[in-house]
Design a protein around this ligand. Structure first.
Ligand code: ZN
Length: 268
């Protein structure tokens, strides 16, 4: 039921809404082993974004995220090709600290490309708090960047306990909890309440009923950010889940673009 939501009505009618330009704060790019993506590269991803009114995507390219020998050139070229639509996270892999050191220079060399850093610690099996990541955290904090960290329930690598230590240590960066400590929703809310620079990112949260309403009520819509893992999931699915949630259009505007605009304003 669309009910009284003007936003839902617009999205249902047109597939997008010009008054609600969506910012997708959690994307990837490129092919992946063991799965077929129909739209894995920048031009195709832009098509997906256009169909749903996604104004900007922040992405961590699968290449440098998983292939330590691969540099970030592919991400830099994608942003240069679509400078109004894309920004990149610098990818880190704690197994290869020499590559972190090599790549961190890119943040100052390409301020038009990189708005932050991506951590994927429970894939790389190196805890967020490991010393090998320290240069990356320190640079992100010094430059007041966005950090998108995959966070998952009780993981020893990126669960709420390690997230808390990071949030205590680095108050100047904006810490986006990718997947919002998926499954440990109360811990995610508590982190957002305890630290003004912690945000709940919604990729993979939107397929759980009731969590959006819980986050809005307990953490506040101004602490939530939209994300899809594009090209893994379609933006229309995520937007639709928000439109069906029992929250107000004002909350949806905050989650879909206003919070992102505020965070990105000093970085764009
Ligand atoms: Zn992801």
């Amino acid at each position: 039921m669309i009910g009284s939501s003007a936003l839902a009505e617009a999205f249902w009618r047109d597939g997008r809404c010009d008054e609600c330009p969506v910012y997708d704060m959690h994307g990837h790019m490129g092919v992946w082993h063991s799965i077929y993506f129909p739209r894995p590269d920048a031009p195709d991803m832009i098509r997906s974004m256009d169909s749903a009114g996604v104004k900007m995507l922040l992405f961590a390219h699968h290449g440098p995220l998983f292939l330590p020998d691969m540099d970030h050139q592919v991400a830099i070229e994608a942003v240069h090709q679509f400078p109004d639509r894309l920004r990149a996270y610098l990818c880190t892999n704690g197994v290869y600290p020499e590559q972190i050191e090599r790549d961190l220079k890119l943040i100052d060399e390409h301020p038009d490309v990189f708005i932050g850093i991506k951590f994927l610690c429970d894939y790389h099996l190196v805890p967020m708090t490991d010393d090998r990541y320290k240069p990356a955290w320190e640079l992100a904090d010094a430059r007041k960047l966005l950090v998108l960290a995959h966070t998952w329930s009780d993981s020893q690598y990126d669960g709420p306990k390690v997230v808390r230590r990071i949030a205590e240590t680095y108050p100047n960066l904006s810490l986006l909890l990718g997947h919002s400590c998926h499954g440990d929703w109360d811990a995610a809310v508590q982190l957002a309440r305890d630290f003004p620079n912690v945000y709940l990112e919604l990729t993979a949260v939107l397929d759980n009923r009731g969590i959006i309403e819980k986050f809005v009520a307990e953490a506040g819509a101004d602490r939530m950010l939209f994300g899809t893992d594009l090209p893994w999931f379609d933006p229309h699915h995520g937007i639709g889940a928000l439109l069906w949630a029992h929250i107000t259009d004002e909350d949806r505007h905050r989650i879909l673009h206003r919070n992102a605009e505020r965070l990105l304003e000093p970085l764009l």
